[in-house]
Ligand binder design. Structure first.
Ligand code: SAM
Ligand code: GLN
Length: 304
């Protein structure tokens, strides 16, 4: 029923006698998507129409009163329908911006977030005045490869091992590394946490944006996240700390003296995470960095 209704609504613009100019189509789809609960419906309509016409948003404005051909309207329709079902725009367009990179993104990977750009920035800053730069890096739960590839592009490093439990995610990460010419620097491995390492593997940096959402928060998330992004990229037990706990207890063994542990965390987890780090007695006191909304987001600690 739901889809039948959606189809008949979409049909309205096909069957109408009036001319469908670019602007009219944008206005119509803005309302349509807003009615489906899409937050930035104007912007998303513009992105999708630009994508359907194989152009950019600026071009839409330069020709806003140009009528769309039936073929162009047909190309736009399925994209609009996908967004109406709350599929994230980044999956429909197949790409996301992350720092200096454009990354391929589809439903096999979590969409890289602006918060994670701060995690990367902190790691780069930490390494800035070290003669060896980033040195040897381990990125756990690499997803699209956002962190690992950014570090390879923006920093000087010897080698980065990037892991994930999800073979699907690693496929995307490998493709992204290849597109940015960093395949040689990056060693992708499939497995849980530290399982994929040799005992004598030692790193200057262990970085991770692990899953950290509390199980009970599942129902509060927007459909774009809840229904479309991979569950194992998001949820980590009742308090959201299951993966973080194992990361903190496992990392001292694999960090060189003076090496850095850098984690993205949920906005209410800072005290708990700082305490978990202290309890290992293996790190200097941890520091916390806020995100752009002023919420605790990154925890860093140096191996004694
Ligand atoms: N690093 C990417 C980013 O920042 O955009 C993806 C982060 S996503 C929040 C977490 C990733 O960790 C997912 O790709 C998930 O498959 C992976 N993951 C979950 N549990 C894991 C585990 N125990 N060991 C390794 N990877 C894990
Ligand atoms: N920031 C993501 C969200 O709540 C969660 C990512 C994660 O668990 N690392 O939408």
């Amino acid at each position: 029923m739901k889809f039948a209704r959606e189809n008949s609504q979409i049909k309205e613009y096909n069957d109408s006698e009036d001319t469908w100019t670019i602007l009219r189509m944008i206005l119509w789809s803005t309302d349509y998507l807003a009615g489906k609960g899409v937050e930035n419906s104007r912007l998303d309509s513009e992105w999708l129409l630009a994508y359907a016409l194989d152009t950019d948003r600026l071009q839409l404005y330069l020709q806003y009163d140009r009528p769309l051909s039936p073929e162009e309207r047909e190309a736009f329709k399925p994209l609009l329908r996908r967004r109406a079902r709350r599929e994230p725009i980044q999956y429909i367009l197949g790409r996301t911006s992350f720092r200096e990179l454009e990354l391929l993104t589809d439903k096999r990977v979590l969409i890289p977030r602006p918060e994670t750009e701060i995690l990367v920035e902190e790691v780069l800053n930490w390494a800035l005045y070290r003669p060896e730069g980033l040195g040897k890096v381990l990125d756990i739960g690499t997803g699209s490869g956002a962190i690992a590839i950014s570090l390879a592009v923006e920093g000087s490093c010897n080698r980065i091992i990037a892991t994930d439990v999800s073979p699907d995610a690693l496929e995307v990460a490998k493709e992204n590394a290849c597109r940015h010419g960093k395949s040689e620097k990056l060693d992708f491995r499939q497995g849980r946490l530290f399982d994929v390492l040799e005992e004598d593997d030692k790193f200057d940096i262990v970085v991770s944006n692990p899953p950290y959402v509390e199980e009970e928060n599942r129902i509060n998330l927007e459909p774009e996240i809840n229904q479309w992004e991979p569950s194992q990229a998001l949820f980590a037990g009742e308090d959201g700390l299951d993966v973080i706990r194992s990361l903190i207890s496992g990392s001292p063994e694999f960090l060189l003296p003076g090496g850095l542990l850098a984690l993205e965390i949920g906005m209410t987890q800072d005290d708990h995470v700082v305490e978990l780090i202290r309890e290992t007695e293996s790190f200097e006191p941890a520091s916390v960095r806020l995100d752009l909304n002023g919420r605790p987001r990154v925890v860093m600690a140096q191996r004694i």
